[in-house]
Write a protein that binds this ligand. Structure first.
Ligand SMILES: [Zn+2]
Ligand SMILES: [Zn+2]
Ligand SMILES: [Zn+2]
Length: 195
């Protein structure tokens, strides 16, 4: 039973590999440009996608099998690394491989924005108060300044804010201070003073 399942799995993986090779980059580009499905080259691709509905389903099913194939993850990581290296050497964005990378960076502007959006979504999954436990700024969720609970930017902001407050305390801060002082005095008079 298990052996059968494995054989079927192997067969499918081999078919996928064959398909992948025959689906050359040139055909892919042609289909994408003309708005055809990049898998069957017959149907129109779905809006905003490169595959037709039925091919997209087939691809998803195949990928589900491929994903659990032993050694797949390692091979994928290895090939991803090679692709990124090739793109970087060509001065292209390592993410999309289409547009030139931004000056001094490895991704293009569009991909930088897309990455930031994904990062933001991920951050939103962690409650604010737990962010510092993950080494993330509790204000914005970016990486913290080492040893602090805030990122570089928000740490700087807080420092300037504090400096300006102590230089020119707000009305409310003065009131608070006066209230505290009164409370301490009262406690002292009633013999509750802790000092
Ligand atoms: Zn198709
Ligand atoms: Zn890009
Ligand atoms: Zn921050």
């Amino acid at each position: 039973m298990l052996r059968n399942a494995l054989n079927v799995g192997c067969l499918i993986v081999n078919t996928i590999l064959r398909n992948t090779v025959s689906r050359s980059a040139e055909n892919y580009r042609w289909a994408k440009q003309k708005g055809f499905c990049v898998r069957c080259f017959k149907e129109r691709a779905m809006v905003g996608q490169v595959r037709c509905a039925s091919c997209s389903e087939k691809d998803a099913a195949e990928y589900a099998i491929l994903k659990v194939t032993p050694g797949y993850k390692k091979r994928k990581a290895e090939s991803d690394r090679r692709v990124r290296e090739k793109r970087r050497n060509a001065g292209l964005c390592v993410r999309c491989g289409q547009r030139p990378a931004q000056e001094g960076r490895v991704v293009c502007l569009e991909c930088k924005i897309a990455n930031a959006r994904i990062q933001k979504k991920r951050n939103n999954e962690i409650p604010r108060h737990e962010r510092p436990n993950y080494g993330l700024c509790y204000v914005c969720g970016e990486l913290v300044k080492p040893g602090f609970r805030l990122c570089e930017k928000h740490y700087a902001q807080l420092t300037t804010m504090r400096a300006s407050f102590s230089a020119s305390p707000t009305e409310k801060m003065l009131e608070d201070r006066a209230r505290k002082r009164r409370a301490t005095m009262l406690a002292f008079q009633e013999g509750r003073c802790e000092y």
